[in-house]
Design a protein around this ligand. Structure first.
Ligand SMILES: C[S@@+](CC[C@H](N)C(=O)[O-])C[C@H]1O[C@@H](n2cnc3c(N)ncnc32)[C@H](O)[C@@H]1O
Length: 233
């Protein structure tokens, strides 16, 4: 899969308005060279083709809802530039970041150094939980691709997940990576409910988990919810 492409993706569902996603992709494609951003004191070195957490509300909104205690071990799944993992490293004992994009992983490694948290971050390139075997965590943070389109480039895999298959795979495996008392912070969009592909509540129920909404934000075309998810009692 290539890194750069100017064709816009097709929706997997005709009811979904992809214009906001197209604007988001266009904003990324305007960057042909590396650039730097800062969010709440976290400096980020960005490469073209990597999801930029400053271009949407989701990453910062999720970061503001996540609570990590000292000594906790954190997994930042779908880590991109490393923004959420670096934010968690302010209090966590250790943070593991996973992303399947080698360019995102390169950014995350540079950003760990830029923010002086290299000693706390382990960063892996791979598909979902594959790089970490059976390892378990106290906190798992996830900002997955949220829209049902067909990705044609690595950048588009940050945004599009046809039929929400990646999220469903995440749900099938995630419980096996939680320590006793562990919890998950997941941000998700109500766009899934406009399709007939399920819901966070359904995925939780199917996988022995229970969830509570701890934050909600409306933008003009969708509603984001931060879910706090635990193994069901
Ligand atoms: C919405 S972005 C979130 C990035 C970052 N967490 C943030 O908030 O800025 C989703 C990320 O998931 C990654 N991704 C997509 N499919 C993946 C997979 N199968 N395994 C691991 N990461 C994946 C993308 O490369 C992208 O960086």
């Amino acid at each position: 899969m290539s890194n750069r492409n100017t064709d816009f993706p097709e929706t997997a569902n005709p009811l979904i308005n992809l214009e906001p996603a197209q604007r988001l992709l266009q904003r990324h494609l305007e960057h042909n060279e590396s650039y730097e951003i800062e969010i709440d004191g976290i400096r980020l070195f960005m490469l073209p083709g990597v999801f930029c957490p400053a271009f949407t509300n989701t990453s910062k909104f999720l970061a503001n809802q996540v609570q990590v205690n000292a000594n906790e071990i954190v997994l930042d799944m779908f880590s991109g530039s490393g923004y959420l993992g670096i934010a968690a490293a302010a209090t966590a004992r250790d943070v593991v970041c996973i992303d399947h994009s080698p360019i995102a992983v390169e950014c995350a490694r540079r950003n760990a150094a830029l923010n002086n948290v290299t000693h706390k971050l382990e960063i892996y390139c791979g598909d979902l939980f594959e790089p970490i075997g059976q390892r378990r965590f106290d906190v798992i943070i996830a900002n997955p691709p949220l829209l049902p389109g067909y990705p044609k480039t690595l950048l588009e895999t940050a945004i599009f997940d046809p039929d929400f298959n990646l999220t469903q795979r995440f749900f099938r495996e995630v419980r096996h990576h939680l320590n006793p008392g562990g919890r998950i912070y997941l941000i998700y969009s109500n766009i899934i409910e406009m399709t007939s592909k399920g819901s966070v509540a359904q995925f939780c129920e199917e996988n022995g988990l229970s969830d509570r909404a701890i934050g909600q934000q409306s933008v003009d075309y969708e509603i984001y919810t931060v879910h706090l998810i635990y193994p069901a009692a």
